[in-house]
Write a protein that binds this ligand. Sequence first.
Ligand code: G6P
Length: 362
Amino acid sequence: NAASKGTYEFYMLKEIDEQPGVMRHMSQHYLDENGEPKVDQKIIDAVSQADRLYIFAAGTSYHAGLVGKSIFEHYTGIPTEVGYASEAGYHFPMMSKHPFFIFLTQSGETADSRVVLKEANKRGIPSLTMTNVEGSTLSREANYTMLLGAGPEIAVASTKAYTAQVALQAVLAKALGEKLGVKEAKDWDLQHDLAIAAEGIQQIVDGKEKLEKLAKKYLVPSRNAFYIGRGIDHAVALEGALKLKEVSYIQTEGFAAAELKHGTISLIEKGTPVIALINDPVTADLTRGNIQEVVSRGASIITIVGKKFANDEDTIVLPDINYYMSALLTVVPTQLLAYYASKNKGLDVDKPRNLAKSVTVE
Ligand code: G6P
């Protein structure tokens, strides 16, 4: 059954490995044979009234929302804000005239997100919950629901729900952009991108041994680490850092690559692991410069780079993919580095100390 560990030592690796299937399911379930989105017309009609989208979430789901912001803005032209639910609940952001709220929540039970939803309902703001759990609280209390269909996620550290959330936001963005007549959305072959994502993730998980070696050599012996990137790579850097610290207890920060030099670079010492992500065509060369800055301070650099930006010295080269969907590939090596760092430290990968799978207290 879907919730059994099978031959896996930990659920986390099983769930990382399931991601190609999650991408295929997304395509089969949410796109028709012509690659057109199959989204409830009521949802599209409701969201298309919005002059601004507000995404609320916590933890890993929040990081998926940061990627969603780039996707929604590019393919729909609707300005999109992303907020921590825990902050927005008590310091409600200023609203546009016609806001629409999107809640990203694997479990559908996060108390912090529920506070925001209750306030939205009180104010009559329309809302959609994207969740992995049918019938969950946030799904019942929002006006609309879209299910992730990722299958049960058991490991506390979220992996396949993140990639499912990124892909599902893409589905909605395409449907919405087409309804609004946005050229980028009409021209977008999302079916192709999801197929590339499924194949690309498979390629990455097939090469997991290399990531285990890197984790053992650079991360296991280290007290701290950094992820850097720009654009969508910055959003993935934040998620990569969260994943690594939550399961391995290595203090890790995700940074906008160029921001590091404005203070935090003082923490770089000889051997500090810095993992740099490069998929953004606009800033790829600039990030190379930021890598030089940390290398010259002694950092041990690991690069995770899209093929079209790669050179011979890069550590992990990812298959080419549409920039807006690049998080689907970039995040996978970061999940595997976290998994192997934790496992090789002899930790309980699936149940890190102090953490719960879903947090129903504020
Ligand atoms: C908990 C989990 C995280 C998760 C967050 C949000 O803190 O440990 O892995 O990202 O809740 O959960 P949700 O179910 O709302 O996505």
